[in-house]
Each structure stands twice: as structure tokens, then as C-alpha cells.
Design a protein. Structure first.
Length: 326
């Protein structure tokens, strides 16, 4: 229990540090978001409202930075992330709720598919090293080494422009109203196929290589040799003994990748015009939208910390040696 208690204290301090950085970092960027908002509205907002807008967005020059920091923590503890500047007057929470399901659905499912396929292929290659299966490693590594945006453009050119099998942009058919019908779900899958394919191709090599190397290391352990000497089937030895222990480092990496799912893949969402968290984060950065930037960063931070906590607890349960006092 002391191990889990120490980890919780560590993550509580990490959360405080992340929120503090999240508050100060946007304010170090050059530019005036309120003036940019007034210019964007093209006369719909009076310049006399600058002081009021700055006070509403937490940028009041009459308040010290420390007072703004305390005010930010107070709003945060009450679940108030502020009002978006670039999407004024929409609250930040509503924008995040709008983009979060798309990012989790697309990047999350793609990451799970890449992890599952990469782990299974890595186990098979590691168990049968030195065979034709090793040829899959350079092929998968090639796709992972290609710049993400370049691979996305290649996929669009082949499957969207030339073959016309899939759309090149969007998250669903704009003629449809979002609902839980099979037609809408099919449209979401149809529009998300190319982005998902790009994510899988660029990330699967890491899972294959990591699992393959661990499988090679574990296959020479004594307990694997004993299991083979008992006459157990090759399938049972491979999955029940070798893969079961080789997958432990993969769990930590998978938990981290799940945490970064919330951040989405900014480049992917821009190339495919997929309106997830990454899309809103990039637009908020270009518009100096402090509240929306802070909200997106906060959600990403929470997701990463939560994923790390789950990984630590799962790893501590699966491998008791990690709980030993140092």
C-alpha cells in the first residue's frame, strides 16, 4: 500500500506542476487575443469593450499575475474552464465535449488495433526468429519512418483521388445529422477509414519491434525451457509463458499511448480536416485563445496522468517486484 500511496502523492504534485505550467505558458506567447477577437468580429464588438473582455477572459491588467493564477485555480476547481476567445461566446467545456469523442473514437480505436496487431505479430516474429517473418520488420519500419503528413497525403492520393474509394476530408457526411443510427455510424467509419489507416501504419512498427525483442529475450529464460521440456504445446508455451512475461513493458507503453490519445494527432486532424481535440488546439494556438488552449492542455495532461496511474497500478499487480522498497 505504501507503494501505491507514494505514487498517488507523486502524481498529485505532477498535476499541480502541470496546471501551473498550463497557466503561465500561454501568457508567454506574443500577441493580444482580445484585439484579435475584436478584429475578427469586424465591428460587431466595440473597442470600448476591451477592458470588460480582458476581465472576463482572466487577462485583466489590473490584477497581478498571482491573483490571476489563484482565480484560475478557483474556476478550475469549480469546473469552469472559461469562455473561448476564438469561438466566442462558446464555453471551453462545450468545445472540448464536441471534439473529444471524435478524437477518442478515431485515435483510440486505431491505437488499440495497432497495439493488438503489433503485439501478436511481434510475438510470432520473436518466437520464429530467423525465418521469412523477419521480413515484416523492415516493411513496417519503413512506414513508421515516413513523415506522418507525407504518408497521409499519399493515402489520400491513392485511395481518395485516384481510386475514389474514400473521402479525403471530414468526419462524416455533412448532409446527415449526428445520431445513433446505423447510417450515421457507417458514415463515421467510412470517413474515418483513411485517418485510421494512416495512424495504424505509422505506429504498428514500434509495437512489433518492442514485442519481438522482448519475446527473443524471454524465450531463452529457464521457465520457458522447462515448459517446453514438459511437452506443452508450442502455442501454450508461446502465449502462456513467453508472451505473458514479454508483454509487461508493452503495457506501460500502451497506457502512455492511450493517454496521448486525448491529444489526438494534430497533423492528422489538420490533413483530413477531422475536428477533434488536436484541430481545436491548433486553431486556439493560432488565435491566442488562452482559455481554449488551457482547456485542451488540461484534458491532455489529465489523460496522460490517468494513464500513468493505471499503468503503475497494473504493473505493480502483475509484477510485485516493482513494489519492493528501494
Amino acid at each position: 500500500m505504501r507503494f501505491f500511496g507514494r505514487r498517488l502523492v507523486f502524481y498529485a504534485i505532477t498535476f499541480w506542476a502541470a496546471v501551473t505550467i498550463n497557466f503561465f505558458l500561454p501568457r508567454l506567447l506574443p500577441g493580444d487575443p482580445v484585439s484579435a477577437l475584436i478584429a475578427k468580429k469586424q465591428g460587431q464588438l466595440s473597442t470600448d469593450a476591451i477592458a470588460s473582455l480582458k476581465a472576463m477572459f482572466g487577462l485583466d491588467s489590473n490584477q497581478s499575475l498571482w491573483q490571476q493564477y489563484l482565480h484560475y485555480w478557483g474556476d478550475l476547481l469549480h469546473g469552469d474552464l472559461g469562455t473561448s476567445i476564438s469561438y466566442y461566446p462558446a464555453p471551453v467545456t462545450s468545445i472540448i465535449k464536441q471534439g473529444l469523442p471524435w478524437t477518442i473514437g478515431l485515435v483510440g480505436i486505431s491505437t488499440i488495433i495497432a497495439f493488438t496487431l503489433g503485439t501478436l505479430i511481434g510475438v510470432a516474429i520473436g518466437w520464429r526468429r530467423g525465418t521469412w517473418a523477419d521480413a515484416l520488420l523492415p516493411i513496417s519500419t519503413f512506414f513508421s519512418s515516413v513523415p506522418y503528413f507525407w504518408l497521409a497525403l499519399i493515402v489520400i492520393t491513392i485511395f481518395s483521388v485516384n481510386l475514389e474509394w474514400f473521402p479525403s476530408s471530414g468526419s462524416y457526411d455533412r448532409d446527415m445529422v449526428p445520431n445513433l443510427s446505423w447510417d450515421f455510424i457507417g458514415s463515421v467509419i467510412y470517413y474515418g477509414t483513411l485517418p485510421a489507416l494512416t495512424i495504424i501504419l505509422t505506429s504498428i512498427a514500434g509495437w512489433i519491434l518492442g514485442m519481438r525483442n522482448m519475446s527473443v529475450t524471454v524465450s531463452s529464460e529457464d521457465y520457458v525451457t522447462v515448459a517446453q521440456a514438459k511437452g506443452l504445446s508450442e502455442r501454450r508455451v508461446m502465449f502462456g509463458y513467453a508472451a505473458r512475461n514479454a508483454i509487461l513493458p508493452q503495457i506501460s507503453s500502451f497506457a502512455l499511448s492511450l493517454g496521448f490519445i486525448v491529444g489526438g494527432t494534430i497533423v492528422m486532424e489538420q490533413v483530413f480536416s477531422y475536428q477533434g481535440i488536436g484541430f481545436y488546439l491548433l486553431s486556439a494556438t493560432s488565435a491566442h485563445d488562452y482559455p481554449l488552449m488551457q482547456g485542451c492542455f488540461l484534458v491532455i495532461t489529465m489523460a496522460v496522468l490517468l494513464a500513468n496511474i493505471v499503468a503503475d497500478f497494473v504493473y505493480g499487480v502483475l509484477d510485485p517486484r516493482t513494489r519492493q522498497e528501494g
